[in-house]
Design a protein around this ligand. Structure first.
Ligand code: 5GP
Ligand code: ZN
Length: 111
């Protein structure tokens, strides 16, 4: 999508610190970190909300979750991490392009 921040980052129209990239997704540092390590894993395909994802999109999310588990050292989250997906207004979603927050690098507060 033309005015989507994450699509712009993928097309390098906006800067970001990118830790990982492949044909399905990228992992970047969040611009406003809520933990010592706060990354965002973003599928390449623009889908606004997780409840709009097709089976193909869900399979990509599964691949992303698997990739995260295999890259804990590179991502700085070997002592544990939290994955979060916000959906819609009540969920606090501010960017309408599905993404997974990766939080860690310290003991996170309980919910
Ligand atoms: P949401 O609130 O939609 O679940 O998460 C969106 C996240 O994207 C927020 O944590 C916000 O800090 C991050 N974000 C918004 N704009 C940018 C940007 O231009 N660059 C980066 N790296 N992160 C961004
Ligand atoms: Zn997008």
């Amino acid at each position: 999508m033309e005015d989507c921040v994450f699509c712009k980052i993928r097309k390098r129209e906006l800067p970001s610190t990118t830790l990982y990239k492949d044909d399905d997704m990228m992992i970047i540092k969040d611009i406003n970190p809520q933990a010592k390590v706060h990354l965002i894993a973003i599928p390449n395909t623009h889908v606004p909300y997780i409840d709009m994802m097709t089976e193909e999109g869900i399979n990509v999310l599964a691949k992303i979750i698997s990739k995260i588990s295999h890259c804990q050292e590179e991502l700085g989250i070997t002592n544990g991490y939290r994955l979060v997906v916000n959906q819609g207004e009540d969920g606090g979603q501010t960017v309408g392009h599905v993404h997974i927050h990766i939080l860690g690098g310290e003991k996170l507060k309980d919910f």
